[in-house]
Design a protein around this ligand. Structure first.
Ligand code: FPP
Ligand code: MG
Length: 330
């Protein structure tokens, strides 16, 4: 999504080095004395693709700390970055069980390879390790906050399940699902990165709002890629949402503006699981484009919140990252 090595922004190189250290913390935390457990952990470590969440922790930390040259990051930032990545990995492993997905980041999923029992247990192992590692920070505020996030993202998934096959779902409910299942963690990555840098409450608030808007836009783009993307490029099972009863923004927008005949026809296609026809309808009608504009607006709003940030280079990198969230093809 964002190739740090290619960016002509001074701290991009610093960030790349820091991410290497985060990977070492993560690997050490997940080292078990049982080789079968290690084998499963090595498998899901391949899911670490975009590293969006650890990057946001580190960049938010850099953007709000007192020194501006990139030397303000501490071991606490790196541990926090490893914790959020581990929470994210746990949610992906469980999500693939729920979605019966076969491919994630170009790699066969654990549920497909080893079955649901191993995948559910490994997801539990990852979430347990995330909170074990987080306790090393000796900051109950961070533990409480991330506990709240994991509660919230489970609520998002439960609300989504409640609305499976619900073509009458409204946009506010879709946003609630997305805000909880995806944006809650991304918002806290930005806020907690700044908290570890001892930023002022007003800055923490701006970073949280920046991350929340970015997170909602991220999930809208994810849902668009499910309709328009190519599995070989995106690296995960696609064209699944429409066939599994997940109603996302393009379909909600389509039904809100369609005439009675079109709406009845699309409801019938949905009930019959005619995914290809539905995909084309959503693309050709402009509903996909409409949803894309919504994501673009959220990113513009997010970038205006970066005024609270001290470091110019970190702010530029956060803005570049925000743009990449919606221009990404994977
Ligand atoms: C991706 O949605 C899913 C999430 C962002 C959250 C998943 C959360 C859970 C399954 C709860 C697990 C909770 C814990 C604490 C382990 P998606 O299916 O739309 O995205 P995808 O296309 O990447 O699969
Ligand atoms: Mg999924």
């Amino acid at each position: 999504m964002l190739n740090l090595a290619e960016l002509d922004i001074p701290i991009a190189g610093v960030l790349d080095e820091q991410l290497e250290e985060v990977a070492v913390i993560l690997e050490r935390q997940l080292a078990s004395d049982l080789s079968p457990v290690n084998g499963l952990c090595r498998h899901v470590e391949q899911y670490r693709g975009k590293r969006l969440r650890p990057i946001l922790v580190l960049l938010s930390g850099l953007a709000t700390c007192k020194v501006r040259d990139g030397s303000g990051l501490t071991e606490r930032h790196r541990v926090l970055a490893a914790v959020v990545e581990m929470i994210h990995m746990a949610t992906l492993v469980h999500d693939d069980v729920l979605d019966e997905a076969q491919i994630r980041r170009g790699v066969v999923t654990l549920n497909y390879l080893r079955g649901n029992e191993s995948a559910v247990m490994l997801g539990d192992y990852l979430i347990s390790n995330a909170f074990h590692l987080c306790s090393r920070l000796m900051d109950p505020q961070i533990n409480l906050c991330l506990g709240n996030v994991t509660n919230t993202l489970c609520e998002g998934e439960l609300l989504q399940l409640h609305h499976r096959d619900d073509l009458d779902i409204d946009e506010a409910t879709y946003r609630e699902i997305v805000a909880r299942k995806t944006a809650s963690l991304i918002g806290e990555c930005c806020r907690l990165g700044a908290l570890v840098s001892d930023a002022q409450p007003a800055v923490l608030d701006s970073m949280y709002r920046f991350g929340t808007k970015l997170g909602i836009a991220f999930q809208i783009q994810d849902d668009l890629l499910d309709i328009t993307g190519d599995e070989a490029v995106v690296g995960k099972s696609l064209h699944r949402d429409l066939g599994s009863g997940k109603v996302t923004l393009p379909l909600i927008r389509y039904l809100a503006s369609a005439d009675a005949r079109e709406a009845t026809e699309v409801r019938r296609l949905f009930a019959e699981g005619r995914v290809e026809k539905l995909r084309l309808r959503l693309i050709e009608s402009g509903a996909v484009q409409d949803a894309r504009r919504e994501a673009e607006q959220l990113i513009e709003q997010a970038k205006t919140l970066l005024g609270a940030v001290r470091g110019d280079a970190a702010r530029e990198l956060l803005a570049t990252l925000a743009d990449a969230v919606i221009s990404r093809r994977f």
